[in-house]
Design a protein around this ligand. Structure first.
Ligand SMILES: N[C@@H](CCC(=O)N[C@@H](CS)C(=O)NCC(=O)O)C(=O)O
Length: 280
């Protein structure tokens, strides 16, 4: 291993705004709003404030799946929150997510309205509210929740760890790339072995644990997330590839993937969604 990028930490860490990297200008060591601004409100019961990243897309896939079942109460407005411009630090956004990260949901159909933040909490809230995409049998439900929480605990190693050091850091450093590549490959192996004996993560039925995990690991193996397909040899995880392709073929997934997305091929982008016809 090379010893370049040697760093001696000071006695007390201080915030260096010039530290470099793709997110240097937006990340801060303090929480809370930086400006006073209300969020826009649309006409539907559910108001989503998000961006089409893997964490954001989990929720738009779920909403499109609910609408595909004919559940009109799942109609939603999806407003675009540009995290590279700091929209997540407006007072309106911080009111519904004190953690200043997309996605965040506000349900106007309850009185008073209900705020929900953290993508898994949003998936679970919607699954319970509409009684869909979550098993009712206690053992199956436990398995579904186990995989949902597995995803929430694991994906930061993929995104914040591997993705950050492999794709976003100002220079390539061997130690963190090695460490996180090993962990991501271990996670892919966990998924691959689990999917060897069943079609979906928690059994025979597609549910919120698949939606959450597809958005990260499905994109990694199918869409070349972080341009790491070759580096991580993702093709070798055959069961993950089979599962990801099957989920990707679902019409609601194709719709949900486009919402709040402003990059990639033009036909795959829809900055904001306010009517189902916006996606047609
Ligand atoms: N655990 C959170 C993570 C959300 C998250 O990290 N969102 C990112 C985009 S994928 C974000 O909003 N980043 C903005 C920032 O860090 O300031 C969830 O699953 O909802």
């Amino acid at each position: 291993m090379t010893d370049s990028n040697e760093y001696t930490p000071p006695e007390v860490w201080t915030w260096d705004t010039e530290s470099g990297g793709k997110f240097a200008s937006i990340n801060r060591p303090i929480s809370g709003a930086t400006n006073e601004k209300d969020l826009p409100v649309g006409e539907h019961p559910l108001q989503l404030y998000s961006m089409g990243t893997p964490n954001g897309v989990k929720v738009t896939i779920m909403l499109e799946e609910l609408l595909a079942l004919g559940i009109k109460e799942a109609e939603y407005d999806a407003f675009y929150i540009d995290i590279s411009e700091g929209d997540q630090f407006s007072s309106g956004f911080v009111d519904i997510n004190p953690n200043s990260k997309i996605p965040a949901l506000f349900d106007r159909s309850t009185s008073p309205g209900t705020r929900v933040f953290e993508s898994a909490a949003i998936l679970f809230y919607l699954a319970e509210k509409f009684g869909q995409f979550i098993p009712t049998d206690p053992a199956e439900r436990a398995e579904c929740m186990s995989w949902l929480f597995w995803q929430m605990g694991s994906a930061p190693y993929l995104g914040g760890g591997f993705g950050h050091f492999y794709a976003y850091a100002p220079s390539k450093m061997e130690y963190p790339i090695n460490r996180f590549a090993m962990e991501v490959k271990r996670q892919l192996d966990v998924l691959d072995k689990n999917l060897m004996s069943k079609p979906f993560l928690s059994g025979s039925e597609y549910n919120i644990s698949d939606m959450a995990t597809f958005s990260w690991y499905g994109w990694l193996v199918m869409d070349n997330l972080y341009e790491a397909r070759e580096f991580l040899d993702v093709a070798s995880y055959k069961n993950v590839n089979r599962w990801a392709n099957e989920i990707n073929d679902r019409p609601a997934v194709q719709r949900g993937r486009k919402v709040n997305r402003t990059w990639g091929p033009e036909e795959g982008q829809l900055k904001e969604r306010h009517h189902s016809s916006d996606l047609d």
